[in-house]
Write a protein that binds this ligand. Structure first.
Ligand code: SF4
Length: 278
């Protein structure tokens, strides 16, 4: 982030993109990555976006939602809020995030969100890796019993992207080992009437019985506007079009006769195959 300090995205750039896309009939915007709430005038941006009749999704680490006034205002405009909780207590939180106050900040934010919710829809994304995949059910139970009014949980297999790409060997885990935990997770979630999706998981790991929970089946094409450093070291914006979610995944021999090939499954991460057989 330091290299971007002198070249922040301006409010004018964001407004221009929002206006342009609305004219092209886009109606759903997702403010995400590295912490969108830290964008200067974020509340003003939410109001502006809502005036254009967008449905607003925000994926946040919730730190600012622990501030009551901010949370109260933000809940007026956010239609869909997604948190990323990958732990279930102070100790497991520290092991995943390396931040000693994060657990207490979550509790404050969850309380504020519950207090000021206004028909918003609440997601949680549990990113599972070698260090927490056996605790997935504990994490979901913790969330369900917390103040956070979660309505949908996404269980995301760790992807070899961004900072996880370099450390992938230390984060990747045996998908067949995880498979053993799936029945208990599904049973608990079904009893609580929460929506469940598994993301970036080959459909055959879910088997016929749980294949309906594959997030791949619900993927919608999208455009992502990102800041990017070009070859001349100038920071610019690029528009990445993703017609499907096959990112960094590939098919293996056993995929050739598979009924799920391409729809909904786009295979297994190539980098996974460097670490485990599939
Ligand atoms: S396409 Fe391949 S990875 Fe996907 S479900 Fe079928 S066998 Fe598994």
């Amino acid at each position: 982030m330091i290299k971007y300090n002198n070249s922040p995205l301006t409010i004018l750039q964001v407004k221009t993109i929002l206006l342009d896309r609305r004219k092209k009939w886009f109606d759903h915007v997702n403010f995400t990555w590295w912490e969108p709430t830290l964008f200067p005038d974020f509340l003003w941006l939410l109001k502006f976006t809502k005036k254009l009749w967008y449905k607003i999704y925000v994926w946040t680490n919730w730190t600012l939602l622990a501030w009551e006034e901010f949370c109260k205002d933000a809940m007026e405009y956010i239609d869909e809020l997604s948190l990323s909780v990958h732990w279930y207590d102070q100790e497991s939180c520290y092991k995943q995030i390396w931040h000693k106050n994060h657990f207490e900040i979550f509790k404050k934010a969850a309380k504020n969100i519950n207090k000021y919710k206004k028909g918003n829809f609440f997601f949680n994304n549990v990113v599972i890796n070698k260090h927490n995949f056996k605790d997935t059910l504990k994490i979901i139970k913790f969330l369900y019993e917390s103040d956070y009014p979660m309505k949908q949980v996404l269980i995301s297999n760790i992807a070899p992207e961004w900072i996880a790409e370099n450390d992938f060997k230390d984060l990747v885990f045996d998908l067949y080992e995880f498979k053993e935990f799936i029945p208990a997770i599904v049973k608990y979630i079904e009893e609580k009437w929460i929506i469940l999706r598994f993301f970036w998981l080959p459909t055959c790991i879910l088997d016929e019985e749980y294949s309906e929970y594959a997030n791949d089946a619900h993927w919608e094409e999208r455009h992502t506007i990102e800041r990017y450093t070009n070859e001349a070291w100038k920071i610019t914006l690029i528009d990445i079009y993703s017609p499907d979610n096959s990112r960094k995944r590939c098919f293996v021999n056993k995929c050739s006769n598979c009924k799920w090939k391409n729809k909904p499954c786009t295979g297994v991460f190539s980098k996974y195959l460097e670490n485990y057989n599939f």
